[in-house]
Design a protein around this ligand. Structure first.
Ligand code: FES
Ligand code: MG
Length: 596
């Protein structure tokens, strides 16, 4: 798309913002609105010209370094909005920084969603640019756009440049999991540990691995909510500035065309995104967030869809943690369009879905090829043949997910090599009640973990550890690492960072804190995992489980005390991971923007 022919051209229909700025039936209120918005130097003629008012939801700040570059980028977005005939109004979004927020950033996604809904709904805007990036800023923005349903486009901030240490790529998060093992094994000291981890973050931008940030920004593009080719552009590249400008042009066209999130985020678009998630080796946080967005826009989407539509898609993107490369390499090789182009030509995604720019997937990316087939592999020569998520159930939980793409050959050899039962294994439970309990006891010799153990984390779900903690990928005790056991199976009701290469069973629902089966398991119980049958069970007979449940109900308060008002409110209104951990009462508010 290019510049508007006439940069002051009014919209071809009466816009929502005129209810504030040009309401002839209510001159009193219009005068009040107008005089205050004039305050920063905008003219009465501009406000009453009928030009689209475009909100820019600013998620970057000093508290959110991952998105901080948006403060610069939106200057170009404003220029795009202005050149296309719109007027930009920037406003702050509640900060969410994944690694800095205590007790967990998961707590803030729904809070940011709520405040974005109020801002977009309650102030004079005809469309909105959503500045996305760090893990939960993306779903918070898309969930709000879904509820309000004004024309909306996402602008990614982009990944950091590649990290390097002694000639090797060091990727966000992924290097932490490696470095903590090296520290535990005595291979590096504290200073070396910090140096190694810091090398992975050489510039502004989000995590450069295929963590939750790269995943969610890629899926925003796959859904059609950002411009084609936009997600992978590294934050400091000049292309990123240009993308910010083009996004500003596009949102004005979207308002003119009245192209809304409900026209873009259809069920077919979500199914495309599920398939893209498998092909990129996306984070286990993706089903939580995509299911949440779908619920707010009123599209049926369940964990069963993730398995039915995503499980047989090959992993083609060779990024850490499942592979080798990092964000700059992904962009150089073609980014999301090169992945979607392959999937489209193989008949694995729907090419008729319309994106933010009003063109179909087939029109946008139909002939895009990967320019480096080691970074984005051909479907015929993938990293893993079937890379989706597996959904398990049993007496431990109704649902939990496992990311098949990160099962290593070492893990397979240790646990999945019984010729009579190649998809199943049994292990002895070592149970932790929350991350604090884990950290206090993991290296205690009395713990009794050995190479036949499975580490269980409970009390870490959306209610138990409000918002859900990324703690299910647990390192084994130091003594075991020193004996050569670098990973144990892990299972729990928390989440895990998308940057972790651990094949954990996680996001278990219902969680222990609301009385799920995990509340009943005890250290020493045998656990059987069958990946073929998709089951996970504690091998404890039903009578014993009944006795434990009765004892539990009598003497255990599942939910620990809240430290802030929002923690308590969140615990009372939020559902389980399976349903996206959304504010349940919010789901009934759909497509609420109205022209008055
Ligand atoms: Fe913000 Fe990874 S911590 S993007
Ligand atoms: Mg994360």
């Amino acid at each position: 798309m290019g510049l508007a022919d006439d940069s002051t051209k009014p919209a071809n229909r009466r816009l929502r913002s005129r209810a504030w700025f040009d309401n002839r039936e209510n001159p009193d209120m219009t005068a009040l609105y107008v005089e205050r918005y004039l305050n920063y130097g905008i003219s009465l003629e501009e406000l009453q010209s009928g030009r689209p008012i475009i909100g820019i939801a600013q998620t970057g700040s000093d508290l959110v370094p991952c998105n901080r570059h948006h403060i610069e980028l939106v200057k170009r977005t404003r220029e795009g909005i202005r050149d296309a005939g719109g007027i930009a109004i920037e406003f702050p979004a509640h900060p969410i920084q994944e690694t800095g927020k205590r007790p967990t950033a998961g707590l803030d996604r729904n809070l940011s969603y709520l405040s974005l809904v109020e801002s977009i709904y309650g102030y004079p805007m005809d469309g909105v640019v959503l500045t996305i990036g760090c893990d939960k800023t993306t779903p918070a923005c898309l969930m709000a756009a879904a509820t309000v349903n004004l024309p909306a486009i996402a602008l990614s901030v982009g990944p950091m440049l590649n990290g390097w240490f002694k000639g090797e790529r060091t990727g966000s998060g992924t290097i932490v999991w490696k470095a903590r093992e090296m520290l535990a094994a005595g291979e590096i000291d504290y200073k070396g540990f910090i140096e190694l981890v810091a090398s992975s973050a050489p510039s502004t931008g989000w995590c450069n691995t295929m963590g939750t940030a790269t995943t969610m920004n890629s899926l925003a593009e796959a859904l059609g909510m950002s411009l084609p080719g936009s997600a992978a552009i590294p934050a400091p590249y000049r292309d990123r500035q240009e993308n910010a400008y083009l996004t500003g042009l596009q949102i004005v066209e979207m308002v003119q065309a009245d192209r809304k999130p409900s026209d873009i985020m259809t069920r077919e678009a979500f199914l495309n995104a599920i398939r893209v998630n498998s092909a990129i080796g996306g984070s286990t946080n993706a089903p939580i967030h995509l299911n949440a967005i779908a619920r707010h826009i009123g599209v049926e989407l369940s964990l069963a869809d993730w398995e039915a539509h995503g499980a047989d898609v090959p992993l083609v993107v060779n990024l850490q943690p499942a592979g080798t490369y990092l964000g700059e390499d992904f962009y150089r090789a073609g980014g999301v369009p090169a992945v979607m182009g392959q999937l489209l030509r193989a008949g694995m995604i729907d090419g008729s879905v319309v994106g933010a720019n009003g063109r179909t997937v087939a029109e946008n990316i139909g002939d895009v090829q990967a320019s480096d087939t080691d970074v984005i592999r051909p479907l015929a020569d993938p990293l893993k043949p079937a890379a989706g998520l597996s959904v398990l159930s049993g007496n431990l939980f109704d649902s939990a997910v496992m990311k098949l793409s990160v099962i290593s050959p070492e893990f397979r050899a240790r646990y999945l090599s019984n010729p009579d039962d190649p998809e199943a294994f049994e292990a002895t439970a070592v149970v932790f009640d929350g991350p604090e309990d884990y950290h206090a006891r993991i290296d205690d010799p009395a713990l009794g973990a050995d190479d036949s153990s499975i580490l269980i984390m409970r009390g870490a779900g959306p209610i138990g550890y409000p918002g859900g903690a990324e703690v299910v990928n647990m390192r084994p005790p130091v003594a075991l690492i020193q004996a050569g056991v670098h990973a144990l199976p892990c299972l729990g009701d928390g989440r895990q960072s998308g940057t972790s290469g651990s094949p954990s069973i996680l996001n278990a629902a219902p969680e222990a804190a609301v009385g799920g089966g995990l509340a009943l398991i005890r250290t020493g119980d045998r656990v059987r995992i069958d990946l073929g049958k998709r089951t996970a069970d504690m091998l404890v007979d039903a009578d014993e489980l009944e006795r434990r449940r009765a004892a539990l109900a009598a003497d255990l308060d599942y939910v620990p005390a809240s430290q802030t008002p929002w923690q308590e409110i969140h615990r009372n209104i939020t559902g389980q991971f399976e349903g996206g951990a959304v504010i349940e009462l919010a789901v009934k508010y759909q497509r609420i923007a109205q022209t008055r």
